[in-house]
Design a protein around this ligand. Structure first.
Ligand code: ATP
Ligand code: MG
Length: 330
């Protein structure tokens, strides 16, 4: 990555209140960078803290959540700025796309009304100008007959088209960063591929940066430049996509890849035994140790830090059982 990253998250920690008065840590010491024009992937099983991370960055955490660390975005720390400054950024310089486009779209209002409201709020401008912008954005995401689409309501579109509209809406105010939380999970595979190609095209055309959150490493391998993998609230591995996905070094990443259809030598789908822990029962030491085939005694005690193993690659596993073996001349 050249120059300062667009988003630079350092030691992000998020805790949520437990009914018994204690705190539950959904995210711990997370470090993440998204460069300008980059698609950075954040992966991990259900409950690993991906959505809480995105909500922390957007300033949309539930009541009672506590957050620490820093998240520098265009030179300002998102985590320490006032609620007012945060709201001014949201939907403008940074926008979010959710798994279910209906979260972003009001079911009863026309697409035109919804798309222009945002734009007019952030750029004091006329309705006619806002409508032109909305039409351009619908055209950009390849909605057929964009002008006609502005008059229709969300239920008149298919799920894939609704997701394209939600993306167009997010793009209206020319954000530099989009956080997309499982944007294709609800869609069938062909539609999913279309949406992923759309992100790739927009990144190229608009120099857009995307933090792409998904539990699906298949989706990641299609578009992400970089991949970070989370387990039980912590990052366990990060690096360039090709490196991480073809030569995983953390046993968890390795397990996730083996569970993909068609992976490995035996037809793939070798699921990792056991289940990810719930937020209330994160095990001591390395949270993955109860499921790890390479678990050593120290893994049950010490929480492994994320360590750089090369310029561009980090893992949180001191055992490093998947490191390439040194060939020694005999
Ligand atoms: N409002 C909340 N109060 C208490 N715990 C919560 C709250 N929201 C999420 N959690 C817990 O925080 C942990 C992380 O949740 P999060 O939604 O970030 O997971 P995720 O990685 O996005 O999972 P998924 O793939 O299912 O979307 C989970 O254990 C979840 O149960
Ligand atoms: Mg989630």
């Amino acid at each position: 990555m050249t120059g300062a990253p667009l988003l630079d998250v350092t030691d992000l920690t998020v805790s949520l209140p437990h009914p018994d008065g204690s705190r539950l840590f959904a995210v711990r010491d997370l470090n993440l960078r998204v460069g300008a024009g980059q698609i950075a992937g954040l992966a991990g099983e259900s409950g690993s803290g991906k959505s809480i991370t995105s909500l922390a960055l957007m300033g949309l955490l539930p009541d009672g959540a506590k957050v620490s660390g820093s998240a520098m975005f265009e030179g300002r720390d998102l985590l320490s700025m006032s609620a007012r400054d945060r709201a001014a950024l949201r939907g403008r310089q940074m926008a979010m796309i959710f798994q279910d486009p209906m979260t972003a779209l009001h079911p009863m209002l026309s697409i035109g009304r919804q798309m222009t409201e945002h734009y007019r709020h952030h750029f004091a401008t006329t309705q006619a100008k806002a409508m032109r912008r909305a039409e351009e954005m619908l055209d950009l995401v390849r909605i057929p007959d964009p002008r006609g689409a502005l008059k229709r309501s969300p239920h008149q579109f298919s799920g894939g088209m609704r997701q394209r509209i939600a993306i167009a809406m997010a793009l209206c105010c020319e954000p530099t960063l989009i956080i997309a939380d499982e944007p294709t999970t609800a869609l069938d595979v062909t539609v999913q591929a279309g949406i992923l190609r759309l992100f790739e095209r927009l990144r190229g055309e608009l120099d857009l940066s995307v933090l792409l959150i998904t539990h699906d490493l298949g989706v990641m391998s299609a578009v992400a430049d970089r991949v970070s993998v989370m387990y039980a609230g912590r990052l366990v591995e990060g690096g360039a996509r090709a490196d991480v996905l073809t030569r995983p070094r953390h046993p968890y990443t390795h397990g996730l890849l083996n569970a993909l259809p068609g992976a490995g030598g035996s037809g793939g789908m070798q699921t990792i035994p056991g289940l990810p822990p719930s937020i209330a029962t994160h095990p001591p030491g390395c949270a993955f140790h109860p499921r790890c085939p390479f678990c050593a005694p120290s893994c049950k005690v010490d929480t492994p830090p994320l360590v750089a193993i090369s310029d561009d690659r980090r893992i949180a596993c001191p055992i490093d059982p998947l490191a390439p073996k040194k060939v020694t001349a005999s």
